[in-house]
Design a protein around this ligand. Sequence first.
Ligand SMILES: *Cc1c(COP(=O)(O)O)cnc(C)c1O
Length: 380
Amino acid sequence: MEDKGISKEQVYQMLREYKEKDLTHRSGRILGSMCTCPHPVGVRAYSMFLESNLGDPGLFPGTKALEDEVITILGGLLGKKDVHGHIITGGTEANLMAMRAARNMRNLDNPEIIVPKSAHFSFKKASDMLCLDLKMADLDEDYRMDTSSVEELISDNTVAIVGVAGTTELGKIDPIADLSKICMDNDIYFHVDAAFGGYTIPFLKEAGYDLPEFDFSLPGVSSMTIDPHKMGLAPIPTGGILFRKHEYLEAIAVETPYLTEDLQSTVVGTRTGAATAATWALLKHLGREGYREVATHCMEITHKLAEGVKEAGFELVTEPELNIVPFHSSEIPVKEIARRLEAKGWAVSLASYPRAIRVIVMPHLKEEHVDAFIRDLKEI
Ligand SMILES: *Cc1c(COP(=O)(O)O)cnc(C)c1O
């Protein structure tokens, strides 16, 4: 660190030079990320609350009121208005909180959790940090969690079962209704990871898409993850965790001696209120209609892309259920397809099971980007 500072103009100029090296979502070149251009209304709201710390909510009662309202609105979107939760950093923290609650509700020496093989890697972190034995359930032929495999894995040590509504790699929705019943029958905590699908499935259903039940309207669902910084268009880092019962939050609360609240349940201490303000602003500004348009538009582009991929001679791994198109080829190895796409300037991402290129059709992906991508695929 230098002793003397430099002018702010110099600082900004240097920052611009670094920023130029980054990709932008706006370019339409980022095909494998669940993040997107944050909506300008969310950005404005975020910047209005930069000094707000929800880790010490007594100092920021206005922001706290916004958080309570956001949790109620998100709960209403997911089948139950009176839920309890927080706006946090993302899906990873949400899943960590849910697994911690499930573990703490029971007092077992060797707790186990059952997740589908398709689960997000955040459950590996949760398993490591919380000393949970991770049991992976098989998938069925359509890459959804296989319920008979789940039933075989259930033991006296099972503290939680996790289903995913919109898997990270393929966008599949696990049989949440069946899993809810299995969890009720066996008295097991059931967490639904809808980090990706939480902001799309309800709106697509409203628009007439035939998608399964996946939320708190199913009585076995104990908690849900929903990420405003993915299809919710909020700036990063913004995640959401919702619990059916307040006792789950209590199970992970610790005493906070020097703060304005007595107990804290989140993983992080100091926690931005800006993410809450952005989420609130977008829910109010876009409304159901706005989010319905975002979700249905992404699905239209998804179907166009899926057709184009087939026309170009590639095979879909599975028909898209949400806005993800996974494909491969019987002639060219997936790694080689990725290499050639990258050479043409596309930032692609690979699915691990099954091996495939996965294109996530986020709102920044426009029709002209898809046309250009399909032209390049045809050349490949
Ligand atoms: C993205 C995602 C996560 C992790 O969320 P982060 O915000 O990256 O921490 C967890 N689960 C699912 C299903 C996801 O798609």
